[in-house]
Design a protein around this ligand. Sequence first.
Ligand code: IMP
Length: 428
Amino acid sequence: MANLFVVGTQWGDEGKGKIVDVLAKEADIVARFQGGPNAGHTVVYDGQKFILHIIPSGILHPNKRCIIGDGVVVDPGGLLEEIEGLTDRGIEVEGRLFLSDHAHLIMPYHKAIDAESEKALGKKGIGTTKRGIGPTYADQASRISIRFCDLMDEEIFREKLERNLKEKNFLLEHYYGAGSFDSKEIVATFKKYREKFSHYVTDTRTILKDAFKSSKKILFEGAQGTLLDINHGTYPFVTSSATTVGGVCSGLGVPPKMIHTVLGVVKAYTTRVGGGPFPTEIHGDTCEQIRQNGSEFGSTTGRPRRCGWLDFVALRHSVWINGIDHLAITRLDVLDGLEELKICTAYRYNEEILVDTFPHTEVLDRCEPVYETLPGWKTKTEGTRTYEDLPQEAKDYVTLISDTLKASLAIISTGESRDSTIIRESLY
Ligand code: IMP
């Protein structure tokens, strides 16, 4: 199988960064198709920790080409910092990173509107990362957004900026009572970005088309997770992009036949950051134990993540939406030492039992999880590299997941580093 899509099956933070990093070794190109710097993909190798927000995790492998596609929203200042941070640590980026001329720019006013809108919503807020993601995609849908191809032309950029600023400043000043932006300052800052990015901005669609024709292996790197998808997630508590399989095609300009296999990344328990329904959420000591064991704090915002048990109803939905045929189960080691584990097998909603339907947010809010309880394991799984070395209870746990979801268990991750990985099946 040549091209592989790696997708998060929960609310993001499943550990996709590490899985992409492990698989990137075999790929020629790693491509991001959606989202922006709201993502935080953590990769650890040689004792060094890297947190990538926008650059595909494949950049950490020499000679791999990385693409930031049409459907990604990019904060140019943040991207520049990320490029410089990697370059300072000896990782060559120029000549390997290709940025779509169709990708949309996150402008300073998008970040301000994101923050003000969340402030105005108060307790009813989405709990966004305040990186300007929603307002940028809103401008894309309104057809007023500024793209990298616009940035490359000084006059077009200035004209679009000035037109947008009239509306954005009015909103910021008169609706939110916040500060406004000066076009001259933005023009001056973005002039620097024009120069810096002129080596990176290109037609990434053609790169992918040529790669396909010459049978190169492409890894499509998802950000966030299925339950944060704008259409198929827990709307409105979602991100503003298509995080699922359809997003690969629309976000990169590639046909569906280019996606040969889909690997769903399942964290061995569930977490979510921000607001919204979470039927299997747990509180108290067990939650704290999982949060501390798994360092469950947002890699972009540092917020403590909400923790809960695995949820088969939500996972069945993710498997169906994405056509998942293989699984990577991550962070198994975080559950080491727990007396018992619970798995939600169905939801109880009034008199109904829901197994195969993932309801909309208002119903989901009122669903009660139906749990099956399994014994925990006493031996450490951390750092385990072979399936045979896992304790029997851990084997039973992962087997139950793969049997229930009817997807083969390709990878088990037992720790942060590249080495702490059990590969059961080659995906290439
Ligand atoms: P936004 O993407 O910043 O607009 O945030 C919308 C929702 O998605 C919030 O609940 C965020 O916490 C969540 N979110 C966005 N990106 C990530 C991610 O990479 N991991 C986990 N949650 C995320």
